[in-house]
Design a protein around this ligand. Structure first.
Ligand code: NCD
Ligand code: ZN
Ligand code: ZN
Ligand code: ZN
Length: 438
């Protein structure tokens, strides 16, 4: 008997959307056929009626901070990966700013050993750049890329001087991912505004110019050394234009859900919960970034899921750490964008699954096609539902999207052919696998 039949859903396929049956065997997509034509539900050990639902490739979130090791009071791989599954995310790539940071081969292997027995989603890891760890990074096998913090953020990773940056870009031929904010501008403005107490100063310290300048610098280094460089969490219309002009040089970029749907007008309500790096910007930036997704200049959406406890976030402006959770709400926020005509379902599949799979060369993922891994999400588009704190799965226990009324929610999540999330419950615990980067 074959594993699983998902029948009668609107399936988002590489060549468009149509009502179809999806048969799964041995954890892989076996066949896709016209509804009711080829497969009978009785021939499968499990059949899911997807009538009225859309069937998308499981989302790949290429930027999460699951906080292991060292930040387990904020998140761990049980809570982080359950939050992911509830949000239709079946693969995550974890950032290196843990404690200790993932800057050595020993730290990388230690992290793998901790994650493998706990992850309920598929996963991959970045290494972080320091001024002197290039030799070790070059020996690492199967990493998502090398993360460079050109401006300081949560954790101690930072490389911003010309010499060390040139050595890294010159010496590393793999994918380089940058946190692009200008350290000098941040430092100067922090002094200038040191008396400020309100979170609205965040965007005046970490200015649009600081993001723009660091992005320009990263693009210049990419060109000089002919490297594939990826700009993380791009927040402004200005950076979008820089990337648009540099795409033929292999520059790629991502946007977060919070930079799409939140802006500085909401900071009065959010307070320090709305503090993250780079900061929330203006409404015109939201509009420009949605446009960049629709026209393909932005390669994918990644959440920058950066949980901190409420207690930590409730400190004053200077004490509150930067970062917001997001892995559970990326798909609802984007599907809500479909409801309001900002994107098509095919574009959502592109920016949440196909795009990241292609950019990172993740094998057998990111599309609903025979032979691909059966990582899928079934979502309901019909009724609006409120984002409620009591539904938050992340250990941090809060969300900046509380109270938003969204159309488009994951109902069922399938990982490797197993139904692992179903309408608020986690019926089966399966282990995710480390992905293979091509
Ligand atoms: C991230 C974190 O908390 O780890 N914070 C954030 O504000 N984005 C770090 C980062 O991605 O810069
Ligand atoms: Zn960052
Ligand atoms: Zn602007
Ligand atoms: Zn991040």
């Amino acid at each position: 008997m074959s594993d699983l039949l998902i029948h009668g859903g609107t399936v988002v396929l590489p060549d468009g959307e149509r009502v179809a049956d999806v048969a799964v065997e041995g954890g892989k997509i076996h066949a896709i056929s016209a509804p009711g034509q080829t497969f009978s539900p009785g021939a499968f050990s499990r059949a899911v009626d997807a009538a009225g639902l859309v069937v998308l490739p499981g989302a790949i979130d290429a930027h999460v901070h699951f906080r292991v090791p060292g930040g387990e009071h904020k998140e761990d791989w049980d809570t982080g990966s359950m939050a992911a599954l509830a949000g239709g995310v079946t693969t995550v790539l974890d950032m290196p700013n843990t404690d200790p940071p993932t800057t050595t081969l020993a730290a990388l292997e230690d992290k793998r050993a901790r994650i493998a027995p706990r992850a309920r989603v598929n996963w991959g890891l970045y290494m972080g750049a320091t001024k002197d760890n290039l030799a070790e990074v070059k020996q690492a096998r199967n990493i998502a890329g090398l993360k460079i913090y050109m401006g300081s953020s949560t954790g101690g990773l930072l490389v911003y001087e010309d010499g060390p940056l040139a050595s890294i870009f010159g010496g590393y031929s793999g994918r380089i991912c940058v946190h692009a904010e200008d350290e000098q501008i941040i430092r100067d403005n922090s002094l200038k505004f040191s008396g400020a107490t309100d979170v609205t100063v965040h965007g005046r310290i970490r200015t649009v110019t600081s993001a723009k300048r660091a992005t320009e610098r990263a693009i210049a280094l990419a060109r000089r050394f002919a490297r594939p460089v990826h700009i993380c969490h791009m927040s402004t219309a200005e950076e979008l234009e820089l990337v648009r002009a540099a795409r033929h040089d292999g520059i790629t970029c991502e946007v977060t859900p919070h930079h799409l749907v939140l802006n500085e007008d909401g900071l009065a309500d959010l307070g320090t919960l709305g503090k993250m790096n780079p900061p929330l910007r203006g409404k015109h930036d939201n509009e420009a970034l949605w446009g960049g997704l629709a026209d393909g200049v932005i390669d994918f959406v990644a959440t920058d899921h950066a949980p901190h406890t409420l207690k930590e976030k409730m400190g004053g402006y200077w004490e509150a750490p930067s970062g917001v959770p997001g892995v559970q709400h990326m798909l609802p926020l984007l599907l809500n964008g479909v409801h309001y005509g900002r994107l098509t379902l095919t574009q959502v599949a592109q920016v949440t699954a196909t795009g990241p799979a292609e950019r990172f060369g993740i094998q057998n993922k990111g599309r609903i096609a025979p032979g691909h891994d059966a990582d899928l999400v079934l979502a309901a588009m019909g009724d609006a539902r409120l984002v409620r704190v009591k539904d938050v799965v992340s250990k941090c226990g809060w969300t900046p999207y509380e109270g938003m009324d969204l159309y488009g929610w994951p109902e069922v999540t399938v990982l490797g052919g197993q139904v692992v999330y179903e309408r608020g419950r986690f019926p089966k615990v399966t282990r995710g696998r480390e992905v293979m980067f091509g």
